[in-house]
Ligand binder design. Structure first.
Ligand code: HEC
Ligand code: HEC
Ligand code: HEC
Ligand code: HEC
Length: 131
């Protein structure tokens, strides 16, 4: 009786691990240490430094949708997040779309907050260090 219960729990443990593994996204935010968006066909600069988890902890950013935002009618929506989507899903590399182009989107988001906080890099070489 007791042996069977143990076996049952062990079995459930394996099942839960397998399910967790299957549900894990291919890339999780913990893995990100630099950004090089593949939407830019020929990268002009080295990848940008951005250790996703560490950065957001140090910068004390609590809400994901500060960056993974949703806009409706030109307004930021407080309770919604686009964390499953890449920036390039909404911001095109080329100009001429209603949303600002991708490079400007990155630069505006990253640099503006660093300027506002008087903390964090604001020069090209600090964000795109030579490899
Ligand atoms: C606060 C950080 C930050 C600063 C400062 C910054 N960049 Fe970027 N830049 C990024 C991020 C993030 C991306 C998107 C990731 C990528 O693909 O490199 C990007 C993308 C780019 C791209 C398009 C991708 C590529 O490599 O072709 C270019 C070009 C670029 N930056 C040039 C510059 C130049 C020139 C400056 C200085 C005037 C500069 N950046 C300053 C963070 C920064
Ligand atoms: C300071 C801005 C910022 C904050 C805050 C932030 N992220 Fe991200 N995150 C990014 C950027 C930039 C990328 C790369 C996007 C791309 O490649 O298009 C990214 C990528 C991701 C990815 C992987 C790629 C994808 O689009 O699926 C996940 C998952 C993710 N973030 C989840 C989160 C979660 C969950 C939070 C809140 C706990 C969060 N992020 C907070 C900037 C941020
Ligand atoms: C679901 C679509 C969507 C996604 C994903 C998305 N954006 Fe946006 N973003 C918009 C729309 C729509 C606007 C409003 C039009 C504009 O100002 O370009 C906007 C506005 C912005 C702005 C201007 C914010 C302000 O204060 O005025 C920046 C900067 C920006 N996005 C950067 C990014 C970056 C970087 C990412 C990836 C982390 C990202 N966006 C992901 C749709 C999106
Ligand atoms: C909402 C505000 C905010 C946004 C958006 C933001 N940062 Fe920062 N960042 C900070 C603050 C605050 C610091 C200083 C953290 C500290 O050391 O106290 C920082 C520091 C950094 C540093 C220094 C090293 C580190 O990880 O602390 C890098 C590199 C950096 N940011 C890159 C980026 C890039 C690239 C983006 C855009 C994808 C970005 N940041 C978007 C607030 C922000």
């Amino acid at each position: 009786m007791r042996k069977r219960t143990v076996a049952l729990y062990a079995g459930m443990g394996v099942l839960i691990s397998v399910l967790t593994f299957m549900l894990m996204p291919a890339y999780s935010q913990e893995d990100i240490v630099t950004l090089q968006d593949s939407a830019f066909k020929d990268a002009q600069r080295p990848p940008a430094v951005f250790a996703h988890e560490d950065h957001n902890e140090k910068a004390e950013i609590e809400e994901c949708n500060v960056c993974h935002h949703i806009y409706e009618g030109g307004k930021w929506v407080e309770d919604e997040s686009s964390e499953g989507q890449g920036c390039s899903d909404c911001h095109n590399v080329e100009e001429g779309h209603p949303t600002r182009p991708l490079m400007k989107a990155y630069h505006d988001l990253c640099k503006q907050c660093h300027l506002d906080n008087d903390k964090g890099p604001i020069t090209c070489g600090e964000c795109h260090p030579k490899q």
